[in-house]
Design a protein around this ligand. Sequence first.
Ligand code: GH3
Ligand code: MG
Ligand code: MG
Ligand code: MG
Ligand code: MG
Length: 299
Amino acid sequence: MGMARAVETNVLVVDDSSVVRRLIKEHLEDYNYRVLLARDGAEALELYRSQDVHVVITDLEMPRMNGLELCWLIRADDDQHRTFTILMTTDADSQRRIEAFDAGADEFLIKPIDLPMLRARVRAGERITRTHRAMANLLNTDYLTGVMNRRHFMERLERAYDESVRHGAPLAVAMFDIDHFKTINDTHGHSNGDLALKRFAENSAALVPEGGFLGRLGGEEFGMVLPADDLAATIAQLERIRESTAALTAVRADGGCFGFTVSVGVCPTQGAESAVAVLARADEALYFAKRNGRNRTVV
Ligand code: GH3
Ligand code: MG
Ligand code: MG
Ligand code: MG
Ligand code: MG
């Protein structure tokens, strides 16, 4: 049977018939796909939201939530097209197909299912989602440091801010700016400046608390969003990042070493009118951290 896959492909099979579910599951598992099963759209949607699903194969007629609704809801969630959807039905009517594609389905298959044909469609889906995922990754990632880029950070910040307001769960936004970075470039060269940025990003990424995220805003400026139910604890986390930054060593290609420091400005989201306003206030706090001698955290 098929060879083991280097990258696992998760396939969600949705059908109210246990016979169809088992048939497709056993067939795909023989070809080393990881198969998840759901009996209707509602069950499928729950699995879809909790797992990273590459391909959905769904029946059309099902109780509770049918295949068309499921396709609609997945497409509404999945604006980067990370998931490929295949709709199955016994009805070959062309109006049905039009509805399926308008609901966001990528493929349409008539039952009884021709299993090798289904597998060929799954392979096509794998190719497409792999490309979309690679593109989304490029679109969202800072090339030098591998953390979120500014565009993606701002998008995530807006979303996190809205959720925080909705659920009354306070967040804080921190801005980091490496101190005297121009001097680092001038002293050690631009490529070692880049090295300092990478060292800072990897160290900080490892210290992002659960529920938080880090991005590069530009140049030697980074942003972080952190949960802040307890602002003092959040500030202590940021202080740990600042202190561990000062303890980092960057090793140049010629073996020489250098260190650097970072200044931090932080602002809690509570009481702020927008995500952008919180970031602007964190930037003001950062300005005071610089004015007061750098290598410090200011709220
Ligand atoms: P301060 O302590 O006040 O922040 O001073 P600074 O020198 O860090 O700040 P300034 O804004 O004067 O200089 C930032 C420098 O960062 C200038 C720019 O050439 C450099 N820079 C911006 N992006 C990059 C990059 O991707 N790589 C490297 N090596 N340098 C960069
Ligand atoms: Mg059915
Ligand atoms: Mg700067
Ligand atoms: Mg500056
Ligand atoms: Mg700087």
